[in-house]
Design a protein around this ligand. Sequence first.
Ligand code: DX5
Ligand code: ZN
Length: 225
Amino acid sequence: MGQTYKLSPSILAADFNRLGEQIQLVEQAGATYLHIDVMDGDFVPSISFGMPVIRSLRRESKLIFDVHLMVSNPERYIEVFADCGSDLITVHVEACRQIDRVIQQIKDCGCKAGVALNPVTSLHTLDYIIDQVDMILIMTVNPGFGGQEYIKTSTRKIAKLREGLNDLGLSTDIQVDGGIRKDNVDVVLNAGANVIVSGTSIFSGDIEQNVKDYLQIFRQRTETN
Ligand code: DX5
Ligand code: ZN
């Protein structure tokens, strides 16, 4: 069965002075997800934005809000992020004391549940939760900042994960985040990723055209598969 590819533009790279307008552009161009990076200054060095921003964006957008919590002990905030309008909530395995509980908490709020792994976190951390999650996020940079270089060892990690999922008969989404551009997206798609996050390569230059270029890459792969 062919993969369904999705593009999740990361607003971390948007111009916050024109945020609503730029989100409309990605929506008009055909994106279906919106990647929203929440940073707490503890799990990662930087602080981004939080609930009031998401709540406000929710009023104007029908995109699937893909909320990436780079937050220590995120179980403290799941209900409130669900209430703000998140559709999919991703938490880091490194940030949770009992990740299986947090996954259940996300689902109990009616959201899809994702788990994220930092670049050096082993795939074995997924062993006992792999069949409980809707999406696995393989970080392809160390989280905390946009505009970093893709970490090349991520490619075999993605491939190994897709192979493991196939062996288990699971078609779980694999998301990749960090350093993805139009000129290297094929590498992660070939490895088995199907949900592509990109900030810098979407919000620099012609936003609508950038989204369309990615969607065209996806379409070509779907047609040739
Ligand atoms: C990094 C964030 C990413 C970031 C990606 O911590 O999780 O979502 O926005 O940005 P680019 O595409 O610029 O690497
Ligand atoms: Zn992210």
